[in-house]
Each structure stands twice: as structure tokens, then as C-alpha cells.
Design a protein around this ligand. Structure first.
Ligand code: ADP
Ligand code: MG
Length: 324
């Protein structure tokens, strides 16, 4: 199948109409009309086979995930998504693969009304790069540098599930083979079909002081907020929100490593003043997104994980780093 037939396939399957797209796929470049008076928020993320996803990932899940991880970055900024570009590198022109990939991408794109306005198609080792664009009211984007001493630290949803799913797929320990299939599937689903927390990000625009999405591991990612804000963060291990699937599949020690250092959950971690905590929990509950208080912003630097007695827990691994 030729390059242009593949592009036509993708275009046909990802048809979201937006009147701010003056010219979409088919010319040398797209022409887009950002809404007047808004800030444009732009991000890109690449997924490489064997690095960001196992070779067993289905084309459909990969299409979903490639867009999801990018929309998650917009969610973390409090932005409303609008447009995407897709650069696809394929080992061969496999029509069935592209159809399934495009369907997974389109499913999430349709849900958030994201128009695919262009991209690039090349041959090589399987790799997917997506660029996303979104909007926020002027100067209202959520950043990493606004945490203040005394703020509470929160995380949406549950964490550790995606890393638990990966452990199940890799069958790292023998006991993972005995996990009930529905528990395993629930965890693997979190890995392969992450939910970008766009509605939560929009709500938090009014109340959070700093925010990011958890992609590389909770401690590692919160370390970015600590560094950019010039503060320290203390997390209470017992407060980390845990799914029933993770509880069923792993013992306490395994769980803690998955939750503190495992990545790929794409939940939002954020800080906010104590007096806004109740309102935030209420506003997020209203949109069906739980949030849990997991710690406090303190003077100093770095992120420390504490046990119930206030002692620091030392972990062998703190997060994912490509060049470490
Ligand atoms: P050029 O050679 O001028 O860079 P291409 O032949 O690469 O253009 O692409 C033709 C059109 O198809 C462009 O509008 C481009 O944005 C779009 N396109 C190419 N690959 C993809 C893709 N994987 N997804 C979406 N649009 C694509
Ligand atoms: Mg090109």
C-alpha cells in the first residue's frame, strides 16, 4: 500500500469537523485559526516500540495511547484541546495495522473533538509522534512552578495501576501468573488505554497552584514541581490512592514501588492551598474524578516518601529516566 493511500485511510477515519480548521490534511501545511484572546498551548510526545510500549500492544490501543499521552500534557496545563498532528513511522505499509491504529486514535479524538490536521508518514522502526494544540484563557495555564510552602499535594484517580499492568505483561515474578484474569485485564487496561484528565485540568485551572501529569513515576514527576517551585514535598505512603485491582495483585512492598516509581498512569498530580482542598474535592467529584490528598509542600527541596510514623521510606527506584 502506498504512502498516500495510508494517509487517505487515516484522514477518512479521523474526521472531526471544526470550524477553526481553515485547511486540514492534504496541502503542504494546515491553516488554523486560534480563538482570539486565548493562549495557545502546544506539546508533543513520541512512543517508540520496546521503549514506551511492548511489541504486544494492539494497533488500536497504540492509536488511543499515542493521542492520550499528548492530551494528558494539555490536561496538566488546564488547556482545552483542539488540533493534532501525527507523525507515523511504520516498518511496512500494513493496511490492517493503519486501520486499527487510526480507529483507536479516532475514538479518543472524537470524544474530545480533536481534529487531526496533518502529519508525516515514513518507514522505519515502529514509532509514533503526536503534536497537540489547545487553548487556555490568557495567563491561566497551570504550570509546575507555583507550589507554595503549606500547600496540600493531591493526585487524581488511583496510581500504580499502569505499572502493575506492565508487570503482569512482563510476568516478572512467578506469582503474577496466578492473578485472576479480570484483575490483570483491569491493570493492563490502565496501561494501554490511559484516560487523559482533561475535565479535571480545566477545573483545576481555577484552584491549583502547580500541576503536572504522572508519566514517569509519582516521585520523579513531583520532583519537577518541587524543583521548579523551589520547595520540598512530603508524601505519606499510606495515603496513596490504590485500586482494588492493584490491592488484589500485589503485596504491600511491591505496591509501594509501583505507586511511587511506576509511570504511565497519566493522572494529574497538583498542589493547592489547604483552604481550597474541600472545594477542589467537591468540584472534581462533580465531574466524576476522584482526587486524594497525599502530602504537603514543605520548605527545602526534593520529594520524600514517609511512613505512618513520619520516617522516610527509601526506594530502590524512583522513576523512569531514558538516559540514566
Ligand atoms: P509533504 O511532502 O509536503 O511534507 P506529505 O506528502 O508528507 O507532505 O503529506 C501530505 C499531507 O498529508 C499533508 O497535509 C500532511 O500533513 C498529511 N499527512 C501525512 N502523513 C500524515 C499522517 N500520518 N497523519 C495525518 N496527516 C498526514
Ligand atoms: Mg512529508
Amino acid at each position: 500500500m502506498a504512502e498516500f493511500d495510508l494517509i487517505d485511510l487515516i484522514r477518512a477515519r479521523c474526521a472531526v469537523e471544526r470550524n477553526d480548521v481553515r485547511l486540514g490534511i492534504g496541502d503542504d501545511a494546515a491553516i488554523l485559526a486560534p480563538p482570539p484572546g486565548h493562549d495557545l498551548v502546544v506539546s508533543t510526545d513520541t512512543l517508540v516500540e520496546g521503549v514506551h510500549f511492548p511489541a504486544s500492544t494492539s494497533a488500536r490501543d497504540l492509536g488511543w495511547k499515542a493521542l492520550a499521552v499528548n492530551l494528558s500534557d494539555l490536561a496538566a496545563m488546564g488547556a482545552t484541546p483542539a488540533w493534532a498532528l501525527l507523525a507515523l513511522t511504520l516498518p511496512n505499509a500494513d493496511r490492517a495495522f493503519v486501520v486499527d491504529f487510526a480507529d483507536g486514535f479516532a475514538e479518543l479524538a472524537a470524544h474530545h473533538r480533536v481534529a487531526l490536521v496533518g502529519g508525516d508518514t515514513t518507514s522505519g522502526r515502529l514509532s509514533v509522534t503526536v503534536v497537540v494544540h489547545g487553548f487556555v484563557p490568557p495567563d491561566r495555564a497551570l504550570r509546575r512552578d507555583g507550589a507554595r510552602v503549606g500547600d496540600q499535594v493531591f493526585v487524581t484517580g488511583t496510581i500504580g495501576d499502569a505499572a502493575g499492568g506492565l508487570a503482569c505483561l512482563e510476568r516478572r515474578q512467578p506469582h503474577l501468573l496466578e492473578i485472576p484474569v479480570e484483575v490483570r485485564d483491569a491493570l493492563v487496561m490502565r496501561l494501554e488505554r490511559p484516560t487523559p484528565r482533561l475535565a479535571a485540568g480545566a477545573v483545576l485551572r481555577d484552584s491549583a497552584t502547580a500541576c503536572l501529569d504522572v508519566s514517569d513515576g509519582l516521585l520523579a514527576d513531583l520532583g519537577h514541581i518541587a524543583e521548579r517551585s523551589g520547595v520540598g514535598i512530603e508524601l505519606v505512603a499510606d495515603c496513596l490512592p490504590t485500586s482494588s485491582a492493584l490491592l488484589a495483585a500485589f503485596d504491600e512492598n511491591e505496591r509501594l514501588v509501583l505507586q511511587a516509581a511506576g509511570g504511565d498512569d497519566y493522572e494529574l498530580a497538583f498542589t493547592a492551598p489547604l483552604d481550597r482542598a474541600t472545594a477542589i474535592e467537591r468540584d472534581l467529584a462533580r465531574i466524576g474524578c476522584g482526587a486524594t490528598r497525599i502530602g504537603t509542600v514543605v520548605p527545602g527541596n526534593g520529594v520524600r516518601l514517609l511512613d505512618a510514623g513520619g520516617g522516610e521510606i527509601a526506594l530502590a527506584r524512583r522513576g523512569w529516566n531514558h538516559f540514566a
